[in-house]
Write a protein that binds this ligand. Sequence first.
Ligand SMILES: Nc1ncnc2c1ncn2[C@@H]1O[C@H](COP(=O)(O)OP(=O)(O)OP(=O)(O)O)[C@@H](O)[C@H]1O
Ligand SMILES: [Mg+2]
Length: 242
Amino acid sequence: MQGKKGVPMTRRVVVLNPKGGSGKTTLATNLVAYYATQGLSPTLMDYDPQGSSTRWLKKRGPELPTIHGIAAFERNLRVTRSFLLRAPVGCDWLVADTPAAVPSHDIPQLVANSDAILVPVLPSDIDIHACSKCISDLLLVAKVRRSEDKIGVVANRVRRNYRSFGTLMRFLDTLHIPVVTTLRDSQNYLRVAETGVGLHEMKQQLVREDTATWEPLVQWLDARRVTDTGGDQPLAGIATHG
Ligand SMILES: Nc1ncnc2c1ncn2[C@@H]1O[C@H](COP(=O)(O)OP(=O)(O)OP(=O)(O)O)[C@@H](O)[C@H]1O
Ligand SMILES: [Mg+2]
């Protein structure tokens, strides 16, 4: 999609769930690596002072397709953040990894100007409860309208014979929030996390079962509307912690 003056428009994806360990960094890093393998120009924006996405990117070999990184958490807060957090020119997918324990009142700024919000959730009662709270905050505090169709849940680390996500599914159903894909619990995610590569960059015979589950996710993201903010708006001007 082209913006004003034929410049490609940046799609902005925020991966959010204040519950720690739900898979935000896993989703964000594998997503940018996927876009890089497709010949696109992705940017990984790391809002987490723990810097896990940034560490993953630093491990990435120079022979692999380039992913631009912005360690948003490192920025000097006295400098105008809205200026610093602009997507680089030519970036077609900007994916933001966010920290655990983001307070509700910070969520509106984190998701401002986003085209899609991915909420990963693990299959445990505590995680399902936290996911429901996150969705409620997105709707009620950040005032994301359901008609925008930009919130998608990703069921993560799902094992065979897992206890169903019944309660969560019913809750999401009543709110018309889709579960865009289900990722299985797989050692492949641990391997790629350690080596700065993405799932789609591993030997296909090793990861075929996992890459198949990314298809509905990337298709859903492709179908999101692009918020035409003039093509040059910052993702967020949030003062990150740390
Ligand atoms: N589908 C999966 N299969 C196996 N391991 C996974 C999967 N998803 C995530 N993990 C592992 O679970 C751990 C937590 O995942 P991740 O770091 O992505 O969560 P997070 O939401 O970013 O955590 P934090 O809130 O601390 O930033 C990591 O060790 C990651 O490799
Ligand atoms: Mg993380």
